[in-house]
Design a protein around this ligand. Structure first.
Ligand SMILES: [Zn+2]
Length: 286
């Protein structure tokens, strides 16, 4: 079904990041090579399970989870209900929103963090190290806003965001009706005042149930087409490299602009910019 009309076959999509999970204070906890990674992925899995329980209690009959952090190989999916579908690894399209389509009724953002350069947001960043700022039609967006815009393209409303309080506030500034579940408060780039993980899971479970029940009130975050995408990079060479793409215009030393036909078109070019910057780093140029 399309949109957010209540039916008895509601489908929920969960996009899950790691930097906004309760207890995570530093990116050195969040990659497979890190000593703390086994613990971090367990904390992430527990929050996902709590969100699924809540979404199902609120009426979701089908749940698809997109493991949206780093390599996409973090969630211990054997610990989730057997009917939950998990998108694992690095899908070629739609990034953190892989799997979303018009068939879904609700989008949940779990473990989300603030955008780059947010006052006191823990591990605040926007997609990768390469990006300083992203604007769609003049509106500054972090990962939450970008994921919401992709969901909105398919007519799907975000119903809940959990994670860093700063991320929750940024999401609510765009989508005032969503259920916000802060599981911690960033008090510095690598500082956090966090809930106990068990309490975070309780809050996520009850928040997800409420969010699913209220899906009829939620509106998709729609970015009107055509979409003007403006990107500020962290290094000049990134703008040089990315402006080699046809239709991408250099607007300043570290900035480019792209006129997209819609949000998905904008995202694909943004994602390609991310890969160009990673490749340039691989060549030792950045
Ligand atoms: Zn992230």
């Amino acid at each position: 079904m399309v949109g957010n009309t209540l039916t008895d076959s509601m489908k929920a999509h969960l996009t899950v990041d790691m930097e906004g999970i309760a207890g995570i204070a530093h990116e050195d906890q969040t990659e497979a090579k890190d000593a703390d990674f086994a613990r971090a992925r367990k904390l992430m899995t527990d929050e996902v399970r709590a969100a699924i329980e809540g979404a199902k209690a609120g009426g979701a009959k089908e749940v698809v989870v997109c493991d949206a952090h780093d390599t996409g190989r973090n969630i211990l999916f054997e610990e989730l209900d057997s009917d939950v579908v998990v998108i694992e690894g690095t899908p070629y399209d739609l990034g953190m929103m892989a799997g979303i389509s018009e068939e879904f009724d609700a989008s949940f953002q779990i473990g989300y963090h603030a955008m780059r350069d947010t006052h006191a947001g823990t591990i605040g960043h926007t997609y990768t190290y390469a990006f300083a700022k992203l604007r769609l039609n003049g509106v500054l967006l972090g990962e939450s806003g970008l994921s919401a815009a992709i969901a909105g393209h398919f007519g799907v409303p975000v119903v809940m965001v959990s994670g860093d309080l700063h991320a929750v506030k940024q999401a609510q500034a765009l989508m005032p009706k969503i259920v916000g579940v802060p599981t911690k408060e960033g008090i510095g780039l690598y500082g956090v005042k966090t809930l106990n993980p068990r309490k975070a899971c309780e809050d996520i479970r009850s928040g997800a149930e409420e969010a699913m029940r209220r899906v009829g009130e939620m509106k998709p975050y729609v970015v009107d087409a055509p979409v003007t995408m403006e990107v500020d990079f962290t290094r000049t060479i990134m703008a040089q490299r990315c402006a080699q793409m046809p239709m991408v215009e250099r607007t300043d030393d570290k900035s480019v602009k792209y006129q997209a036909k819609d949000v998905v078109d904008a995202f694909r070019v943004f994602d390609a910019m991310s890969m160009i910057c990673s490749a340039a780093r691989g060549e030792g140029l950045l």
